[in-house]
Design a protein around this ligand. Sequence first.
Ligand code: ATP
Ligand code: MG
Length: 161
Amino acid sequence: MRLVGEMRFPGCPEVVSDVRIYAASWLVRELPEAADDANLLDNVRLLVTEIATNAIRHTISGRWRKGAFRVRMWLGSGGRIRVEVRDQGWWSGPRLRDDANETGGRGLQILAAVATRWGVRRHWLGRTVWFELLVQAPVAGGTAYLDEPEQRDLFPRQAHA
Ligand SMILES: Nc1ncnc2c1ncn2[C@@H]1O[C@H](COP(=O)(O)OP(=O)(O)OP(=O)(O)O)[C@@H](O)[C@H]1O
Ligand SMILES: [Mg+2]
């Protein structure tokens, strides 16, 4: 995959709107057609908001005076967009909370519902939470599939008696 954007942010809630703006602008800079895909851009903004907020709320990134987190965006083949948020860690990690009556625990549920793929990678200090979305393939102008030409033996050997 190709790295198309990277930025380190201080771990305070005020920066989350900047995270959204950077993520959307990295995407549009690399893939101008994404500007017309409001759904895709909204999903990138929504999911990066959830995982950046988690880094701030649930890890040292947001609990230490000098805490920070890093956001990266990658583009891969087949229209794959990958966004990563690397935090500075906590004793426990992200966990899907499955009680619809709770007021919290919605962020990772939204991530799991909207992302094509998502996951968590552990480092010696902190974790990377990542998700992937797919750019909708543009409507093709028609792909021609040519049949293999028939293999004809144009000069059949004369059968010798
Ligand atoms: N980056 C992270 N590092 C450590 N723990 C995390 C991280 N992200 C999430 N968690 C844990 O996973 C739980 C579920 O996260 P989730 O985002 O679903 O809910 P929430 O942040 O508690 O509430 P909400 O997102 O609905 O405001 C959190 O309560 C927290 O305990
Ligand atoms: Mg959350």
